[in-house]
Design a protein around this ligand. Structure first.
Ligand code: NAD
Length: 308
């Protein structure tokens, strides 16, 4: 059975870094589904230098030409409050934030400067913090909000030359995990997208036959669904590429008790002896919350009490 069309009537969406690549595809799809869109982009290089209003304007013009509603904003995400103000001034509310703006400053770790580190942390992590915090009071008041943060497989798995970027992308996962908890009771949902798409950030790293199949337009429907009022997903990491999507989980091994009872100590040799049991992932499982993890401590204490 065909699903009814998902619309964004009277919803206002900010997409950061929406002048190109993935952000542009998100902005166009949101607008085609009835959302009023703030197209934010400062129009710099992929390393974060320079600025131009051109690319944000081009996306706004494209949306308007197609009969949609959009305004441009040229601030850096580090001026998050100004971007939220653009949404309020133009459309009177804010419902969805897609934290998508990003830059790369790839260097092998030994050559990475503090500037390379700071610029990448700032645009990705601090930018998401600033804009999301500016929108948060509106979300709380209206008891509704949808937030996306953009992470990367470079964060989950590491990638040569991307220590700054990998750290920033994992930072965003931590941010989203906690926002998901703090927003849950107020119908504010935060999810993480891990995209792989053809863009200027990936044009020199992906083989051509894969590159041409990695259209940003194939990821946009996943982000748009996650931001719809019908979507109850919260705190999830969703990976998408090529017209495919899946969910990622952190898992932990069952581990091994390292001391026979509560009155004993643990030596490095105890750890060495049990290393294969500690790292045996055959019975690994996922935990849904920090409370669940802490709950396992009681089970471990009971095991030590009974000497098992
Ligand atoms: P892109 O370079 O095409 O688009 C990023 C946009 O962000 C650019 O238009 C840029 O001008 C804008 N931007 C940069 N700094 C900004 C700032 N301070 N304020 C406002 N706008 C700013 O790149 P893309 O591939 O579409 O990447 C989008 C997001 O997806 C990024 O966060 C990136 O790290 C992430 N990502 C992309 C891939 C991929 O395969 N393309 C993989 C993993 C993660």
């Amino acid at each position: 059975m065909k699903q009814p069309e998902l619309r964004f009537v009277d919803r206002v969406v900010i997409v950061t870094g929406a002048g190109a690549g993935l952000g542009r595809a998100y902005a166009l799809l949101f607008a085609s589904r009835g959302a009023s869109v703030v197209v934010n982009d400062l129009g710099g290089s992929r390393h974060g230098d320079g600025s131009s209003s051109k690319i944000a304007d081009a996306v706004v013009n494209e949306i308007r030409k197609n009969g949609g509603k959009a305004v441009a904003n040229y601030n850096s995400v580090l001026d998050g409050a100004k971007i939220v103000k653009t949404a309020i001034d133009a459309f009177g509310r804010i419902d969805v934030i897609v934290n998508n703006a990003g830059i790369l400053r790839d260097k092998s770790f030994s050559k990475m400067s503090e500037i390379d580190w700071d610029l990448v942390q700032n645009v990705h992590v601090k930018g998401a913090f600033k804009i999301t915090q500016a929108a948060w009071p509106y979300f709380i008041k209206q008891r509704y909000g949808r937030i996306i943060v953009t992470a990367s497989n470079s964060g989950l798995y590491g990638n040569f030359g991307q220590a700054n970027y990998s750290a920033a992308k994992m930072g965003l996962i931590g941010l989203a995990n906690t926002l998901a908890i703090e927003g849950q009771s107020k119908n504010i949902h935060t999810n993480i997208i891990i995209p792989t798409a053809a863009s200027r950030l990936t044009e020199d790293v992906l083989p051509p036959e894969i590159f041409e199949q990695l259209k940003p337009e194939l990821i946009a429907p996943v982000v748009v669904w996650l931001c719809h009022e019908k979507c109850m997903e919260n705190g999830s990491i969703i990976e998408s590429a090529l017209g495919w999507a899946g969910k990622c989980h952190v898992i932990r091994s069952s581990g091994s008790v390292l001391r026979p009872d509560l009155s004993s100590n643990v030596t490095p040799e105890d750890v060495e002896e049990r290393w294969s049991a500690i790292t045996d992932m055959s019975t690994a499982k996922h935990f849904d919350s920090i409370a669940e993890v802490t709950g396992e401590f009681l089970v471990t204490i009971d095991a030590m009490k009974s000497g098992n």
